[in-house]
Design a protein. Sequence first.
Length: 500
Amino acid sequence: MTNTSISKTLGPIHFEDLDPKRFEDLIRELVYDYRDWQTIEATGRAGGDEGFDIRAFEKTSASRNEEANDDDRDAEESAETNLEVAEGRVWMFQCKREKEIGPSRVASIVADNVDAARPPYGYVLAAPANFSKESFDVFREELRKRGVMEFQLWGRAALEDMLHQPKNDRILFTFFGISLLSRRRSRATEVRSSISAKNRLKTLFSNNPFGQPVLLRDIKDSHYPYKTKYPDFDEVPRWKEYPVVEVHPLGLIVTVRDHYAFVDEKAKTWDYTEAVNLVNRKMSTQEQQSDQPKRERVEDYWRYLPSSSQVRFIVRGLVRFDSMVAIDPQGDVKYDFPHIFVDFQGSKGPFRGYSEYLERDQHSYVDIDGLEQVDVFPKEFPEPRMSNRRSDRSLQLPSRYCPAMESMRNQVFQTYDCDKKYEDLNVGDLVTLAGTSDHEKKELHAKITHRRTVSAREYLDEGGEDVDDRSIVEEHIGRQLTPDDDVEIIEFRPVYSWQV
């Protein structure tokens, strides 16, 4: 399918939208769950932080069992050691809301904030930057030289990983208005709805979906079935009937448009007319009936094109399962077939994608990619061409073709002339088909729809010098085909005598 919608994904988190102090608040929220702390201090917000944006004291086994060891502690133990046991290990968190931090900048930050004489136990530098391997190496080397025991470098990737964890969904929503848990719940609901829609449609069209009608309805509509409530209904319909093509893995495919078209694969050109839409609908409307004379004019024009150029321009639309809000399998008294409620979107209506191609028949298609659209069809179509009955003339076909004429009268056939025996026949002439008869034993007629002349060499080149092509022509002309012959290709449709 073409023109399909882009899937929804979660883009990068915009840390740059936070001011420096708010970025410190974000890191402090992530710190709470990082270790088992006794206290956490937001020193950076008060100013005079001596390099500390956040200072935290980690609980240790000694601090947890402090009350059990008071009597055994050496009297000469330093007051500083007592303080560390009581308060825990000191961690220092430095926050830099900078997008680019290279190795030299990392070394400078560490040198400015970590005193080798009194190093913290642990140190974390957090910044929404993409750190290189060299930056990690410099970070590690500088902190080891200063006696820091544990250290972490939290770059953009690490911060996003933390925020994407379910336990931090509250933090993600607080600072950025994004909730992945609600998205997951919403997506789960969509999946369940899609599965339900698919199963209902498979049940509805279990036998043969092709051609069965459905009514696609906009969930935003509140005036069904009164079209007059919408002055622009013809241009923007809020409900419309479509014939089903198939239940596709992504949704329901229906035929949207079907137009008479032209193609010349050799010249790589094509065209179609929007004068009539041939999509077959169950509910015959007054508008469709009023279009019948126009359809007859367009069809008559189309049938006089070369048979090799007669195609139909088909547009099929995809209604995705996840866009179906509800399915009414029974319909109502006006449209007594399934109704599918969809959230229509702008000019695309209920469709999320289209496929367009030229169709010769149900088993032969032409891709329009690479073809140039040219003007073949007129804006105004003339009245159907009147047949010129030639009771004095007939077409003489090889006998083996005659029995097929009655059963395939709507098809276009060809006969050939290299000896000017049909040079007086014109497009639109109606002549008898010698040796044929219908079920009433009456002779069939042939309506000449197109004729053209090519050299024998050109004709054989078109068929790739196929032996069968040569033998068919020779069967019609009653002799061997020579390279110097001009081949008159005469196309016709069989016609019943009662139609004459």
